[in-house]
Ligand binder design. Structure first.
Ligand SMILES: Cc1cc2nc3c(=O)[nH]c(=O)nc-3n(C[C@H](O)[C@H](O)[C@H](O)COP(=O)(O)OP(=O)(O)OC[C@H]3O[C@@H](n4cnc5c(N)ncnc54)[C@H](O)[C@@H]3O)c2cc1C
Length: 344
């Protein structure tokens, strides 16, 4: 187990709420870090709808979810120019301990000591939904990949993508210039993806050079291989006929399942799988605050805008709780010395 240096604040969850909390911690001069189970920052925006426009974030007439995440990380980065954003990704928090006057958030491999905790865990830790076919299970890690690696690692490979949503089409569009072939297998002809990306992939398939194939009304039947996957058999869901496809890599893009894990047993005020918070984002356990979709209170809105406000409240309260001499109210950013501004 690796034990990290203690931080003032550790933010559980790197969705929009957690990212804004990380920015706010920087603005308040607190040391902070984010832990997230996903390999990328952005929470639901990155995992579920990166290519969708959002219309109700203040100041943006419309913004693509992935662009909002990029702006949030840019906002955080101004405090971490040399060291990079303090984010520990691909780490699921499985326990909370308390000893010697501080907390420790524990993942499967690491321990993160912290003076206060902000839980911004949204709807829980995401995990890629696995292929339902029993025969697929032994091939995970041997050609079937749960997480997509760097696009260049698929150069000159035969890639099969299973699914019909945004991720399936986005990766098909990205990998078609690198892989030897990309085949998208989907069990119907209805797609849940951005129309422009669907059109791009279908256009590439229509070009007929064999690099992109879209197989609708097909599903995985069997996986073939020795040490690693070498091909798969797919079945036409209407005619029941099968055909074999070469495959070095299979990427199931079937969405995510989320799991609140042990969090509900941490001695917090819980109401129907959500954390009941006070108007100061307190959770019922001193030093632990919550913000964003994971919280509930009368009038709660599960919106990005609400998560931003709650993140600011939680961080300001936490900073004051750790350092009582520091005020709760942060002052106006437009006047703060940390941004090179002077009081007017
Ligand atoms: C399709 C869709 C469209 C939407 N459109 C809009 C919109 O137009 N406007 C709007 O305001 N809202 C919209 N929303 C809602 C919005 O995305 C959420 O309100 C927002 O993502 C909540 O942010 P969050 O940071 O609180 O939680 P999340 O975005 O859920 O992030 C929580 C993060 O915590 C991590 N996590 C949880 N548990 C653990 C753990 N134990 N260990 C490690 N990491 C953990 C998760 O992996 C995740 O990354 C939409 C949602 C969906 C699904």
């Amino acid at each position: 187990m690796r034990t990290h240096d203690i931080r003032d604040l550790t933010i559980l969850g790197g969705g929009p709420t957690g990212l804004f909390a990380l920015f706010y911690a920087g603005m308040r001069g607190a040391t902070a870090q984010v832990i997230d189970a996903l390999p990328e920052l952005g929470g639901q925006l990155t995992a579920l709808y990166p290519e969708k426009y959002i219309f109700d974030v203040a100041g943006f007439p419309r913004v693509l979810a992935k662009d909002l995440v990029r702006n949030l990380t840019d906002q955080v980065a101004q405090f971490h120019q040399e060291a990079g954003i303090p984010a520990h990704l691909g780490q699921r928090v499985v326990a909370l301990e308390e000893a010697d006057g501080h907390f420790v958030l524990v993942t499967e491999t690491d321990r993160f000591p912290t003076r206060a905790v902000i839980i911004a865990a949204g709807i829980g830790a995401f995990r890629a939904r696995r292929l339902p076919q029993a025969g697929a299970a032994p091939w995970y890690g041997r050609g079937i990949q749960e997480l997509v690696a760097h696009p260049d690692s698929y150069r000159d490979q035969d890639v099969v993508i299973i699914g019909g949503g945004d991720s399936a089409f986005d990766w098909c569009a990205q990998l078609r210039h690198r892989a030897r072939s990309v085949t998208l297998v989907h069990r119907s002809d209805r797609f849940r993806a951005h129309a422009a990306t669907v059109a791009e992939v279908q256009g590439a398939a229509a070009a007929g050079d064999g690099r992109v194939t879209v197989l609708t009304f097909h599903e995985l039947d069997e996986v073939h291989g020795d040490e690693r996957v070498t091909g798969i058999r797919v079945r036409d869901t209407k005619t029941k006929q099968t055909r074999d496809l070469p495959a070095d890599v299979v990427l199931p893009m079937l969405g995510y399942v989320s799991d609140l894990g042990t969090l509900l047993a941490w001695g917090l005020d819980i109401e129907k799988d959500e954390i009941r918070v006070s108007s100061t984002m307190e959770t019922g356990r001193p030093g632990i605050y919550a913000a964003g979709d994971i919280t509930t209170y009368p009038g709660k809105l599960k919106l990005i805008a609400a998560g931003f406000s709650e993140a600011a409240i939680a961080v300001n309260q936490a900073v004051h709780w750790i350092y009582p001499e520091k005020k709760v109210a942060p002052g106006h950013s437009s006047n703060l010395a940390i941004f090179g501004q002077k009081d007017d």
